[in-house]
Unconditional design. Sequence first.
Length: 237
Amino acid sequence: MKRWIAIGLLLLVSVTVVVYETQASDRAFFLPAPLGGMKIVVDPGHGGMDGGASIGETVEKDITLALGKELEKELKRLGAVVVMTRSQEEDAVAEHNPKATFPTIRARKRADLQLREEMIANTDADLFISVHVNSIPDSRWRGAQVFYHKDGHAGGAAVAKAIQGAIREQIGNTEREALAIKQVYLLKKATVPAVLVETGFLSNPEELKLLTSKEYQKQMAEAIADGIEKYVDSQMQ
């Protein structure tokens, strides 16, 4: 009888050790989520009648939406609360204020920008990440680049540099540095650190294939999220 009790206890200890080691291998078992407590506004650029850049049948607004959704998943996995300015093919106005009407296309675009600006301020966000795709007449240019506004929130530069570094390390398609610009309205008006990520060039044949690939979209989202995590870590040191 004592022998069976000893065997039973040994089995119990063995099972306990296996369960413990399995859980211990999961970072979340001991540590809080890396982005826990963060609220991040993810802005898939353009939408609706504003398609953005295009090459043939490939339109920027479709790629930015796919990238935005991948980024949403990754940020949520890291514990962040994510607010999407749009999660459908249409623009932000159609999604959040569908009954609104406008006398001109220009008036609608202005209202769409203002709505996205209001979402940053009214959601008590910590970060704003706008996702875009580049295109220029010269097909030789390639590589992702992150921008922040020269006169925007002071934290924008640090976020942009962290994301740019993560893209260089993980994607490896660029040697570019994060760059300050003055042209993007939302980056200037955002009340929180804000960046715009140009994830590549539709005008470059190789990047066109990558940008429409689900695998690449996931890799880019992971790199952006990793950059955000590194930025958050740097603020806690």
